[in-house]
Structures are given as structure tokens and as C-alpha cells.
Design a protein around this ligand. Sequence first.
Ligand SMILES: Cc1ncc(COP(=O)(O)O)c(C=O)c1O
Length: 389
Amino acid sequence: MNKITYNKQYLDNKDIKEVIKSLKNDLITTGPYIKNFENKLSKYLKVKNVVTCSSGTSALYIALRALNVNKNDVVIIPAINFIASINMAHLLGARIYLCDVNENTGQMTPEKLLECIKINKIKKIKAVITMYLGGNPNNIVNFYKLKKKYNFYLIEDSCHALGSSYYFKKKKIKIGSCYHSDIATFSLHPVKSITTGEGGFLTTNSKFLSEKFKLLRSHGIIRSSRGKKYWKYDVSQPSFNFRMSDINASLGYSQLSKLDKFVKKRNFIVNLYENKLSDISDKVKILKANNNIISSYHLLIMIIDFKKLKIKKDKLIYLLNKSGIYPQYHYDPIYKFSYYKFLQRGKKFESSEKYYQSAISVPIYYSLSIKNLMKVIKSVKDIIKKYEK
Ligand SMILES: Cc1ncc(COP(=O)(O)O)c(C=O)c1O
């Protein structure tokens, strides 16, 4: 039985040809494909600076380092999240506060952020990292207002939201344009909107920050005399090798031309799920974006009212596995992981708990066939009907 996973990449012959082309270049890293991919992204996202790197995780690390996040600096991050932003901030010694999320969207909201600041009596915030769970960029303008009021850096962990946009004063604004933030970070892992195999990038409209990104992605090395003394360089601060290769960049360069097509198909799939499950909508809701948002729909999140069922989330997943369908959790709240239990700080995170108990991610990707899509929908429906109270 073929596995139907929650997400997967789509590669075509054009992608393969572009990668082969990159292999024939003299430089297969720090070469022309890196520049071309960065320029193509910059044009697509309408942002001044794009800096590629090795992953979404290294993008977050670079962002925090570029903003000089140091020991005991306060960083606020939503409790429902992938572990990368927390790990990176923690490794830099930041004092992390987890923010509860909205129980229906799984996302931090400006109201929850204010609550977090108040209940934790936070005086000075260095950075807030928003995360657009599933690809829906909610509440950006209000987060930006809070940034101005409290004077913190705003990083958008946009790893789910490449290809998403929102309307502001009737203007369509792309995630990654940094119209309402300091930095946006992206992942190009195979399950994301487009892929480079592994990879990531940062965007910013600040020339100063983008120069720092370049420095931090390559050991902290500064090469000032490219011409005559090409062998000379200085090191301004220690860092890692976070560079993307030209081979990876060539794949991204080719994939980017398909991004809008991918997003369109994902929107189609979401609407189909919603439509076909409408007769059980009292038990199963599809997490959809608000009207002023165009979502990349990186994830298809179902919110299930398990109070109306005789089974819990894990049992539902096991039953779907039996039909070859492999849903996912996005995500376990961070404070549940043994290492990060201390971040709970005695708080309850009631909405994160509610969201966590009801949300599962089911398959959504460009090459998902109608046959398999209908199979997923039928399997979910059959189980829900069989186990309703
Ligand atoms: C929200 C979020 N942030 C960061 C990352 C890290 O990206 P990468 O896997 O490319 O390091 C991911 C990847 O899954 C993610 O979903």
C-alpha cells in the first residue's frame, strides 16, 4: 500500500534540467545560482534583500544573531511551534517566554501577546517571533503596532508561509516583503511550499541587517579586498558555515516559477476538503484563512471536536494509518518536551492545550491525486461516523 503522507515535494523535468545545468558550472557553491535565486526571490517577494542559507533553522539563528540577541534578552515565541526558533534562541542564552495561542487557529495573537507580557511582568522585550501556522499570516498589522509600542524586533518565522499574502489598505502584500516586520525567515525543506532539498533564506529591507546575515552565514568572514589581495580576509565575529550550495539554489530557482501554481492547487484542495466534509462540520472543521489573507496552505489542519467522539486523536491517527494515510501533529506544545518543561513557568496555556487536543494535519500537496484525496476524505468521514457518541 502506498503511503499518503501529510506533505511532499513536487519536482518536474525543468527542475532536474536546472540542477544538471548548475553542476556544469565552475562554481557549485557561492556561484551564480545563489545570486540568481536570491534576486528572483527578492523580485517575487518585493523585498530589498534576500540572503539564502542552509535551512530554516540556520535562518532563525542568523536572524537572532544579527539582532544581537544575547544572554538574558527576552524573546517571546508562541507555545504551539516547531522547535527550531526555541532551540536557536535558547542556545544564544535568551530568556524565552512562551505565549499561549488562540484555541481555534493555533497561533499567537496580539491579545495573547499582551497577556503574556502582563502575566510575566515583562519589562523589556528584545524580539518576538511570530509563526504563521499552516501558512495563514494572521494579525500582522496589529503585531506591528505592538512592535512600535513596546519597541521590540519582530521576526516572522514564515517557514509555513512562502507564497502567502495579506491585504493592507487594499494592497496585496507578500509574506517575506517585511512590510510589517524587521526580518522574515523561511525553510526550503521538501515539505515546504517549494524546496531546495534542504535550505532556507532570510528577507529584510535593512541593508545593515542583510550585510550581517551574509557575514553570519559564512563564519563571520569579511573579504574587503576582492581584487588584488584576493587571499586576504578578516574575521569580525565567530559563526558557522550556513551557506547554501549552488546545486540547491538551482532547484529553488526553478521551483520558484511554480510557487503560485502550487499555492493555487493547495487552495483548491482545502476547498474540496471543506466541501466534502460539510455534512460533519459540527465535528470536523477545516482551519481556513481569513478573507483578507491568501494562504500558502502549507498544512491542512482539521480541528476535530473529540468531545463528540468515542475516540481520541492518537486512535484516529492509527485508524487512518491502517488505510495508508499518515497525518501529523502540528505541534506538541513546546513546554511538553522534557528539556523545555521549565518554560511552562507554572502557567496553564489553556488555549494551547485545547488546540493541541483537537488539531491534526492531513495530506495536502501539489501531486496529491483526486483519487487519494477522496480516499483521505472518505476514511476520515467513515471513522468519524463510526465513532460518534
Ligand atoms: C515553523 C518552522 N520554523 C522553522 C523550521 C525549520 O526549518 P528547517 O527544517 O529548514 O531547518 C521549520 C521546519 O519544519 C518550521 O516548520
